[in-house]
Design a protein around this ligand. Structure first.
Ligand code: OAD
Length: 232
């Protein structure tokens, strides 16, 4: 018999307890950096050195982080469910925590890509290696982070929408739901499917049918929810 499908949408909040800064709110990354300078095609055109330096620091920071109880608990759901983790995060803590199907909507810190051909993607073996001006792809263009920046299309969103339409259960964890199209995925989920949102400060603007809010940090809320779903 086919296992029920759970689609999990995660954001920076699930990695907060692993020591990775979130983006918004006090102490968030976008408080200390101008997002358009470091995460847009315009910023890249203006000062690629600054952009490379920003992501070199993020990569080194992520390399020190370990998955927390929430990442690990999510992987346990695979005992009973077909689980697809759709993450906005560019770290690899879901994979390290044991999840087997992870879709990185906004790209990955440990990948680079050609700046003239988005299909040329390269895995980085050493997260401490700095990417510098003059590091080129095989077609001779500057390598850039394989991160989806503001104003760029999200190549994996079509697949994530199709999965959301098939979800028997949909779980949202640690995201401010302010960045589209990721925040729209919940609207593709069937009305009757139970939905859960784990976040200490959940931002729910529109009414969502069948939504249960768990106002907790991910390590606590996700562990509780996983226990409940495994017993169901
Ligand atoms: P945000 O920084 O916008 O939101 C983080 C969310 O995590 C907030 O709702 C917090 O309440 C919540 N949070 C904080 N600590 C938590 C904890 N311990 N457990 C659970 N939740 C916690 O981050 P995202 O929503 O992920 O895109 O941001 C979306 C996108 O905007 C990012 O992928 C990034 C950013 O610009 C790119 O860089 C392309």
């Amino acid at each position: 018999m086919q296992k029920p499908i759970i689609v999990v949408l995660t954001g920076a909040g699930i990695s907060a307890e692993s020591g990775i800064q979130t983006f918004r709110g006090s102490g968030g990354l976008w408080n200390g950096h101008d997002v358009m300078e470091v995460a847009s095609p315009e910023g890249w055109a203006k000062n690629p050195e600054l952009v490379l330096d920003f992501y070199n620091k993020r990569r080194a920071e992520a390399a020190k982080a370990k998955p927390n109880d929430a990442h690990i608990a999510l992987s346990k759901l695979e005992e009973k469910y077909e689980v697809f983790v759709v993450t906005q995060n560019v770290d690899d803590l879901h994979e390290q925590g044991g999840s087997s199907k992870v879709i990185h909507l906004h790209g990955k810190l440990n990948q680079l890509r050609s700046s003239i051909d988005e299909s040329l993607i390269y895995d980085m073996d050493d997260p401490h290696q700095e990417v510098l001006i003059g590091d080129l792809c095989e077609k001779g263009s500057q390598l850039r982070p394989n991160i989806v920046w503001f104003g760029e299309s999200v190549p994996l969103i079509g697949g994530a929408m199709a999965l959301s339409e098939q979800a028997d259960i949909f779980v949202v964890i640690g995201t401010s739901m302010q960045v589209y199209p990721a925040a729209s995925l919940i609207h593709y989920v069937p009305r009757k499917a139970p939905k859960y949102f784990v976040d200490p400060h959940p931002n729910v603007i529109e009414p969502i049918p069948n939504l249960t809010i768990i106002e907790e940090k991910a390590s606590i809320g996700v562990s509780q929810l996983v226990e409940q779903l495994l017993k169901a």
